[in-house]
Design a protein around this ligand. Sequence first.
Ligand SMILES: Cc1cc2nc3c(=O)[nH]c(=O)nc-3n(C[C@H](O)[C@H](O)[C@H](O)COP(=O)(O)O)c2cc1C
Length: 273
Amino acid sequence: MAHSQECPAKSFSTRDAVTRERESRRSGIMDSKDVDLSVALGRLRLRNPVMPASGTFGYGKEYSDFLNLQDLGAILVKGTTLHPKIGSFQPRFTEIARCASFLNIGLQNVGVENFISDKLPYLRQFGTPVIVNISGESVDDFIKLAERLDHTPGVSAIEINLTCPNVKEGGVQFSANPDMTFRVVQSVRNATGLAIISKFSPSGADSTVLAKACEEAKADAVCPNYNIVGMAIDIHTRRSKLGKNLMGAVGGPWKKLSLSDWYGRWLRRFESL
Ligand SMILES: Cc1cc2nc3c(=O)[nH]c(=O)nc-3n(C[C@H](O)[C@H](O)[C@H](O)COP(=O)(O)O)c2cc1C
């Protein structure tokens, strides 16, 4: 591939993986396959718990020079909408304090039909469960996406991006309201037998209330770690660094903030039991 010349990273093939396994067996060293790392997310069973965050891993192929996609517990593809989206204008990304970033991607993606015809066939060959992150502007969009992905060979689960703006209700995030969250998840549940992960942000409503709503709507799992909302100002132009005032804050310290939010609101309760 074009970029393999510029990048020193090793590329892996299925043959490499088989050779590595044979060598480690011959030498008596324990291989990762000797250890059961499997996890269950509701009805979804994974070989191991390692999976990329949606949107950070493209459609998987982009990273196939850097790791063997068979080694992952699951492949999570970028946010998928009913129709293709070109995404936000540039720049979409800015680094702050050399440790974290703000982004404004605007859900650039090829749309569900192109995903199924052009991207999914490549991913199927690895036998690794594929989780499709879905984004909609209305409850109807989520239902149509779930119905389209249901029974699509190679799709193992759906991750619902509940931070999308609900256009019919004035653009407020679906996850800003636990009742709306329940409605979306329940509608998707009725539309598919696939495993469902409900994804929301610590910047929205109380994560524990949202998690409860998702559980009652029969989601298999929750991902409470969508981007925190943030803002970065260019001191020279006195305007936002990305041309949009509120942006997604990713990486670095934000993960610690969402972990502490989750711990403070939820896990601490169990410690006192
Ligand atoms: C470039 C980029 C694109 C993303 N696209 C999506 C997306 O399409 N759907 C989604 O649910 N989350 C998306 N996210 C959010 C990530 O999946 C993740 O929830 C977020 O980055 C928080 O994790 P972190 O603090 O470890 O960065 C995106 C993040 C990045 C950095």
